[in-house]
Design a protein around this ligand. Structure first.
Ligand code: IMP
Length: 180
C-alpha cells in the first residue's frame, strides 16, 4: 500500500478518461440498441465513471448500485466477499451491465457475476474503466474495457485510498509506489 504522504503523479489525464468513456459509450450504444439495459454500479468507486458514462448513452438505461466488501483474516486475498448494500431493482430477465472502476484480483467481480447469474438476467456483461491483469486470481471476462494498467495503486476519478482522493479529476499514482 503506498504512503499517502507521497507526491501524486498523473497517470491518466482527464482528457484521456473523457475520450475513453466516449469510446466505451459508443460500443455499448451499438450493442444495446433497441434494449433497455440495467446498469449496476459497484460502490463506491464506480460512481464517477457511471455518472459520466450514462450521460453519453442515448439509450433508455436504468441504473442501480450494489456495495460489496471483502472479509476474512486476509482482507485482500481471502476472496470472501459479501453484499453490504443490496440492489433495489429485480434482475430477472434484464440485460445487465456491471459497471466497475477497477478489476484487480477479480475476486470481487467474480463473486458479483455469480451472485447476479443466480438471479437469471437475460444477459450479463461487464464494463470496467481500468484493469490490472497481472494481479488476477479469479478469471473474469470484461466486455468493455477502458485502460489496462501495470500493478500500481491508483486513486482519483472515484478511486480511493482510505476513502481519500476520490474527487481527483485525473487518475493518479503515488510517486514512490514500489508495488510494481
Ligand atoms: P479485486 O481485487 O478485483 O476484487 O478488487 C477489489 C477492490 O479493490 C476494487 O473494487 C477496488 O475498490 C479496490 N482496488 C483494487 N486496486 C485498487 C487501486 O489501484 N486503487 C483503488 N482501489 C483499488
Amino acid at each position: 500500500m503506498p504512503d499517502q504522504d507521497c507526491q501524486l503523479k498523473v497517470l491518466i489525464t482527464r482528457e484521456e478518461i473523457k475520450n475513453t468513456v466516449a469510446k466505451l459509450a459508443n460500443e455499448i450504444k451499438e450493442d444495446y440498441r433497441g434494449k433497455h439495459p440495467l446498469l449496476i454500479g459497484v460502490l463506491k468507486g464506480s460512481f464517477v465513471f457511471m455518472a459520466d458514462l450514462i450521460r453519453q448513452l442515448d439509450l433508455p438505461v436504468e441504473i442501480d448500485f450494489i456495495r460489496l466488501c471483502s472479509y476474512g483474516a486476509d482482507m485482500k486475498s481471502s476472496g470472501k466477499v459479501k453484499v453490504v448494500q443490496r440492489l433495489k431493482t429485480p434482475v430477472k430477465g434484464r440485460d445487465v451491465l456491471v459497471i466497475e472502476d477497477i478489476v484487480d484480483t477479480g475476486l470481487t467481480l467474480s463473486f458479483l457475476l455469480n451472485y447476479l447469474r443466480r438471479k437469471k438476467p437475460a444477459s450479463l456483461k461487464v464494463c470496467a474503466l481500468t484493469d490490472k491483469p497481472s494481479r488476477r486470481k479469479a478469471p473474469v471476462s470484461i466486455e468493455y474495457l477502458g485502460f489496462t494498467l501495470p500493478d500500481k495503486f491508483i486513486v482519483g476519478y472515484g478511486l480511493d485510498l482510505d476513502q481519500k482522493f476520490r474527487n481527483l479529476p485525473d487518475i493518479c499514482v503515488f510517486e514512490d509506489d514500489e508495488s510494481s
